[in-house]
Design a binder for this molecule. Sequence first.
Ligand SMILES: NC(=O)c1ccc[n+]([C@@H]2O[C@H](COP(=O)([O-])OP(=O)(O)OC[C@H]3O[C@@H](n4cnc5c(N)ncnc54)[C@H](O)[C@@H]3O)[C@@H](O)[C@H]2O)c1
Ligand SMILES: [Zn+2]
Length: 1604
Amino acid sequence: MASATDIKKVSILGKDAIHCGFHLVPYIVRTVLDTLPSSTYALITDTTVANLHLPAFEAEFAANLAQRTTGAAPRFISYVVTPGETSKSREGKAEIEDFLLLNKCTRDTVILALGGGVIGDLAGFVAATFMRGVRFVQIPTTLLAMVDSSVGGKTAIDTPHGKNLIGAFWQPEYIFIDAAFLETLPAREFSNGMAEVVKTAAIWNEDDFASLESRSAEIFAAIQTPSTNYAGRSLATRSTAQDLLLSVISGSIHVKAHIVTIDERETGLRNLVNFGHTIGHAIEAVVTPTILHGECVSIGMILEAEIARQMGVLGQVGIGRLTRCLKAYNLPVSMSDPKITSLPAAKALTVDNLLDVMRVDKKNSGPQKKIVILSRIGATYEQKATDVADAVIAKVLSEAVKVVAGIPRNSPIHMATPGSKSLSNRALLLAALGKGTCRLRNLLHSDDTQVMMNALGDLKGAKFAWEDGGETLVVEGGAGSLSVPEKGKEVYLGNAGTAARFLTTVCTVVQSSQPAQERTVITGNARMKQRPIGPLVTALRANGSSIDYLESQGCLPLSVEPNGLKGGHIQLAASVSSQYVSSILLCAPYALKEVRLELIGGQVISQPYIDMTIAMMRTFGVEVVRERDPATGALLDVYTIPRTCYVNPSTYNIESDASSATYPLAIAAITGTECTIANIGFASLQGDARFAKEVLEPMGCEVIQTETETTVRGPPVGTLKALGLVDMEPMTDAFLTASVLAAVAIGTPKPGRQLVDGPANATRIIGIANQRVKECNRIQAMMDQLAKFGVETRELDDGLEIYGKPISELNEGSSIHCYDDHRVAMAFSVLGSIIKDTIIEEKRCVEKTWPNWWDDLVNKIGLDVEGVELETVESASPSGDNIAKNSASVVLIGMRGSGKSYIGKLAASALSWTFVDADPYFEVKHKIGVREFVQQNGWPAFRAAESDILKELLKQHPTKRVISLGGGIVETPDARTLLKDYAKKAPVVYIVREIDEVVKYLGEETARPAYGEPVVDVFKRREPWFTECSSHEFINYTGVLGGPSAGGIRKDVARFFGHVTGYKSNLAPNVTNGQRSYFLSLTYPDITPALPHIEELTAGVDAIELRVDLLRSPVDEQKFGQYIPPSAYVVEQIAALRQKTSLPIVYTIRTISQGGNFPDHFDAQAFELLHSALRIGVEYIDVEISWPSKHIQELLSLKGHSQVIASWHDWSGNLKWSGATVDEKYRSAAAIGDIVKIVGRANSLEDNFTLHNFVQAKSIPGSKPLLAINMGTEGQISRILNRTLSPVTHPLLPNKAAPGQLSFAQIQTALHLIGQLPPLRFFLFGNPIAHSMSPTLHNTAFNLLGLPHQYELLETENVGEEIKAAIASSDFGGASVTIPYKLDVIPLLDSLSPAAEVIGAVNTIIPVRTGDRAHTLRGDNTDWVGITESIRSRLPKNVDVPETALVIGAGGTARAAIFALQNLGAKKIYLFNRTSCKAEELVAAFPDANLEVISKLGSWSSQAPSVIVSTVPASATSFDPSRKDVLYLPSEIFANADGGVVVDMAYKPAETPLLQLAGKASKWAAVRGVDVLLEQGFVQFELWTGRRCPRSAVSDAVLKAYST
Ligand SMILES: NC(=O)c1ccc[n+]([C@@H]2O[C@H](COP(=O)([O-])OP(=O)(O)OC[C@H]3O[C@@H](n4cnc5c(N)ncnc54)[C@H](O)[C@@H]3O)[C@@H](O)[C@H]2O)c1
Ligand SMILES: [Zn+2]
């Protein structure tokens, strides 16, 4: 048996060390024992491989060792590690070393690495350093390991800083390649290895590549069918497929071994094997571990090949072949592959990120990046990696491009455009069927041609070879001789449609003399098996061919008897596809009898394509005769084809694609330059060839067209003539090119063309109705995209009209959405050549017909193209309108009376956007009230008009509007569709209010048409619609607690709309900044009892966790254990919570198995709740990673600006923080979450240290925030040390959420005790300050939060040394600044906040930490925030922004007041000061504030103010008119009948004259100086500590001190 083992040896570094074959275990064991004598053989593998293959080794070693009789018997030991990359770590290496040391292994040990690349790298590195290096043997079991990692002697482990950063070169004694191991390898892992195989062939050997290209199906077959009885071990038992597989593997190894032998230490040549890896690794760094190495390299190869193409080194054919070959092995070829885009991490695949990762590539020398540049398939540009500039890489990586406007450098341009697709397919088949050798030039290499080449090879019908680096295909025709493919081989066509139609008839031509011959089977992929082929098969069967459908009737796969095409009279139904006709025509010369083809079944479609086939057959020597009606002479649909043989011309130039040619010609036209396109002339078979003569010439170009060439010379720039009327029916695809030219065509049309019913600058294109159903609705597309340039158009039934404008009037900087349509992209790049900064958003869509268009623009035409990175995927403009990031308009829907206008106005004011109400808009447009409209025209007409308005509003106001719609808008299906579409890209908010409240409210209101039915019924009908049309819900909560205060609603509206629009998302800043953050866990069944204390409970924390699984609705109060709370109850609880706090909410559903109360396996219910949480704008959602990924992915796609905490809890106490499991959980969580949460349980103090090490290892730059804690009292220290969202409890809470929980204050104290929270000193600078309330304010807050800091007064004579020393000290925490130093401190500071800058005064100094003990100083002003907040929370309910306001005084505080009022949106501010010149200074300082200086208080040029701020000392004012020395305050100050807010900044006394006066007016709210002091102090405190100040308790303390 042993002698039968057949081994193929490959030499490396001068030794035949690589042994390849099948079923080699006995051979390996024998060879190792015989040639590597040792006392110990230690095999290292992973569990997966151990389960499959370790027993065979154990048995074989046992058997062999048992036979030994002499000397001490060596031993065989094995060690099994966890599968996966995480084992390739320092810890993993240490484990193996400990195992070897424990087993007393010595210097003579031989290590056997059995497994994939992970095992090879790891065991190899152990071997390299164990006892200063021991012998080792590679037994790779994955394809990747066989062809790549095992060969070359590179060994390594990973660290958190990156992969393979620590390692050694250490050559194995042997590498045993047992290809039978591949039979157990998952298909995806096999493909993963194929990427490296394809790579090696691509850089080194075109023949190998060609066989990979054409034989993918066989190669897969070799591993898919398990071999029995050790088949393949000997040559005799080896199948053809096995043979092929082994030769592919050994061929690849051979190349790598050769390269390694020449350049073992990677100084140059060896870099070549890194083709695809520079970019591939960068991608891998982002998407690992979900996407495999080979998959990333596959994409990397294409992108690096594109770099080569961009450099003008590699042709498109090479890229096409590479792409198709990789696809054939199920590998992704672009970053937009759904496998990748569906990953949350894909967002990080930005150009900058990728370049950043590449910066540390080991191949680089210094900052210069190196990339292996392919020059053609099988060869590279240099014998090493080539230096490539960042800009070049960036251009390839970016999804969008900008055409740099300019005059083509290369004019007069002479170029060819890519070959026409239809001509290429036909030419290939003709040459293959012809006699002799034919060189095909300008072939468009597509799926169809690739598949046809493979198939014709299988049928032994022709031979193919590439010349000129792949630019020429040499076809050695088989003169029509075709054979049945080898036994068991099917002709596989993928999804190549044209190939399938052409080859079906080709298969009937096959003849065989042997009667028992097998039949020819042609098949395709699943999609192909659904595409029709019926009419063609029917015709061929009727003609006598025996064709069977093997699966569905009318579709592939087919089995065809090799009996020859009978010929004679053939009838074919030709109304479906002209390709059936061409298929028979092309094969007809080889029929047994002369063919007379009759087309039946009505109108023949696409006659031009049939004519094209016939014309080409003529070139190959076959003259088809089309019959005429003898009576009328009219052409008939009957063709006679002589029996003969095609004669190949020695070369055949495939005509360029005429539609493509329109773009460079148009560029010449628009830039006033010259361009000649070879390969297209008046003899062209393609309709679009007329474009030059029929469109460009009348526009004023000079056109010279020969039989085979077209030259266009454009008129001077800006002088193109409009076309008037043009019928483009014969060249519909070219209308897009014509349209962009028409956009700048302003000259009067040539005589006779001008429209009688249109302006002189109009181009009316007709005859193109079919273009509405191409890749996109192209007419609409052109209108929408031209509109971005400011070009006007009009749609026609079968075309469009374009009104030309002077070039200088077109908008620059337009961003073009291409609808994934190649023609849109290329047409607009023509316009980009003269309009600056035109961005084409989806550059890859040109791949369909002209993959190297962008490169040709640069290299052949001479215009520059730059890569552009669009901000985010979402910011790419949708069709028509340009939505900027985070400013897409919000739409409000909901019942009439639900509060849409009220909420909408508040939202608009909070966002500083504009409120748009559809009702008045309606009235303006229809010049009639809504109610009257309904009375006159009825409801249906009103609904129709309403949805038109919706369309208009969305189009006219794409950004920065809050649009409130009528309640009945959802009644119309059209409007619902519009809303649902809109909700996919921007918030549509459903305003929810209890229906009883709505009924009550509507009872009082009459302005709008009354319902003809009860409101409740209307509500029932509409409610599901409101829900389905909206992306979010705002609960206008008027229920529990007797309704909220106006201030509460204002805050909540600001928070909600800020968050859902992303304008100001309400996330916890400390989490984002990496500061310590905390959440309070609410563990109530009903949280309402906690609401009155919520402020006290949440002191110091950053967020509130709502444990949804612990909630119990009132009816279920008594239920314990597993429970699913009703969604409505949860929403109500949150709405109530929102009234009391604007802290972000963490929404958690904890399942039983993860330590909560929510039943396991009720995933659907859990996700329903999570979805509803997203709808109401909850900021953080806890998602357990054990939930089904299908649900998780869907949730992620909807999360908007909310964040996901991906969590894993292990209650067992078995979780090892140093183990592989936790690492795996971390990776899965990091792939899903914005924040990772892992919770274990501590059994000992040490468990917290391993946790800490784990956290340290994960905290590398760019990593996600990590919440990692241990439960149990043993784990308390981990809660203290944890930095991200530590869960805390509060002494007032009924029970802790989890054992071991601490309060916020406890944690701060603990941190202080262990030296993690050093005490800081805070100061007040000013004079005099002895009576200041600030120390009370801040020290109370420090105390309450358990912070060890101290706030002191520092009263000084001036801003001098004392102050300088205080702020320079390393324990400086911050300072308040008051009179008279608010200006004097500024020179001491490093920077100012924008507010401080505008106000020109500083009241807060903040140290910004720049290092351990260093800081810089920033000045801020919180006075204005104090003023703003005091006013905002007291504004009357009906005032969303103050119409007018009044400021008294013109000093520093007045400046803060003006800034505050401006921020509140005050439209006009009256300014009163005794000396008006100081007031005028302020007018100059705030030019946008609309200030009006008044000379007398109480008389107003417009509305009386609704907000008043006085900044003058109280003692200087009085409402007693008799006092002459002071400022008189007349009662007219409070003339505004709607009431308002008055602020007196004077600090003492509490009741100033102004406030006393306000007390007499009705509806006026008063704000005392001390109230503002508190507000600004809260802000100050938060700026210093990053913690919200416990307001009530601090206010109480301050007011108490103030009043004594
Ligand atoms: N040293 C080098 O020159 C070099 C080159 C390329 C890659 N690498 C390294 O190789 C590693 C990747 O190697 P890999 O792709 O082989 O990964 P791997 O070792 O993780 O194997 C992939 C998976 O397949 C399983 N497996 C292995 N053989 C199997 C078989 N015959 N049947 C069933 N399952 C089997 C493994 O258990 C594992 O789960 C990476 O760490 C990479 O850095 C090293
Ligand atoms: Zn690789």
